[in-house]
Design a protein around this ligand. Structure first.
Ligand code: NAP
Length: 311
């Protein structure tokens, strides 16, 4: 085993993302000591039962003391309060990062609390499932997925490279972009699909002419693939919607225009328009498979995602 990259890593938040990090840090030997902190005694107890770290506390300030790397993995709406709480206990020279799904808001919330001498590098691993909590994590979660950094002006190049190397050892590929661009990109590739899924599943749930039993019985016709996204954590997604409001509203406006185009083509029997669009979108799916971001199996990769190797 190579020598650990960090003496002490503190994981603040130990849900799906935090516990996946704990597992891969252990597997790859990336830290001599992993300190775990979470808000509730119940989650902390579960993390301890799972043996995810070396020390456990509900006091985030205790966990981050002397840590060289601090990873905050809590819902984005809580990142400001967490930063404020841990700031006085951060060690000069430490790297402070997060995994939040929105970036401009997280930076606005966290940066004002970051003490001089601490390297704050916002990050977002584009990897996840609809599950949450410490049982949901697995060491392979970040394999061949992207981790995007949105560095603030004046970021120390050495600290950024160290954090990049950490994520590479967790299995991820690295990209950097500015926070606004991140938020706009994620609005279309992640946030809008979730909102559409929440909406369609809600609509089906409200229908009176089709019974709930029928919706479930015939779900393999397409509906069930939306239900996976719509089963995602309500707290996390409430916060994403509230903290990436402008980009999401922009994408929703474009989506509505395109939906109206589709609606019109159906109303007027314009088969060519429908066929052209469906041909174009099929090619997008092929590109995703070719880029190694999904696998070409009939169940949309669900089996492979739920039973990853080494989880
Ligand atoms: P999760 O499984 O629900 O875990 C959330 C963690 O945050 C738990 O340790 C929880 O503590 C803690 N927490 C919840 N509310 C808090 C609050 N108000 N103050 C302090 N701590 C709080 O969530 P997750 O899926 O790991 O998501 C964590 C972060 O990763 C989010 O910012 C999310 O946007 C981002 N992310 C998620 C995914 C995904 O697919 N899930 C992908 C990429 C990035 P207790 O259980 O002790 O209350």
């Amino acid at each position: 085993m190579t020598s650990p990259m960090f003496e002490k890593i503190a994981l603040v938040g130990i849900g799906l993302i935090g516990s996946s990090l704990a597992r891969v840090i252990r597997r790859e030997g990336l830290a001599r000591h992993v300190a775990i902190s979470t808000r509730s005694a119940a989650t902390l107890k579960r993390a301890e039962e799972l043996g995810l770290g070396d020390s456990y506390t509900t006091d985030a300030r205790v966990a981050v003391r002397d840590a060289d790397l601090i990873i905050v993995s809590v819902p984005v709406g809580s990142s400001g309060a967490v930063a404020q709480e841990i700031a006085p206990a951060l060690k000069p020279g430490a790297i402070l990062t997060d995994v939040g799904s929105t970036k401009a808001s997280v930076i606005a919330q966290m940066q004002p609390h970051v003490p001089d001498g601490v390297h704050f590098i916002p990050g977002h691993p584009l990897a996840g499932t609809e599950k949450s909590g410490p049982d949901a994590g697995f060491a392979d979660l970040f394999d061949n997925r992207w981790c995007i950094f949105t560095p603030v002006p004046g970021t120390d190049a050495g600290a950024l490279e160290r954090l990049s190397e950490f994520w590479r050892r967790c299995g991820a590929n690295i990209d950097t972009m500015d926070p606004q661009h991140h938020d706009m990109t994620l609005a279309i590739v992640s946030h809008l699909p979730h909102i559409i899924a929440y909406n369609i599943v809600g609509t089906a749930d409200d229908l009176e002419s089709v019974t709930k039993t029928e919706v479930i019985k015939y779900s393999a016709s397409g509906f069930r693939d939306f239900t996976r996204l719509a089963a995602s954590d309500p707290t996390m997604w409430r916060d994403v919607c509230l903290h990436n409001k402008d980009a999401i509203l922009e994408m929703l406006a474009r989506f509505s225009e395109d939906l109206a185009f589709l609606q019109r083509a159906i109303r007027w029997g314009d088969g060519d328009k429908l066929f052209d669009l469906f041909t174009r979108t099929r090619a997008v799916r092929r590109s995703i498979i070719e880029a190694g971001q999904d696998i070409d199996v009939p169940d949309f990769g669900r089996q492979a995602v739920e039973h990853p190797k080494g989880s």
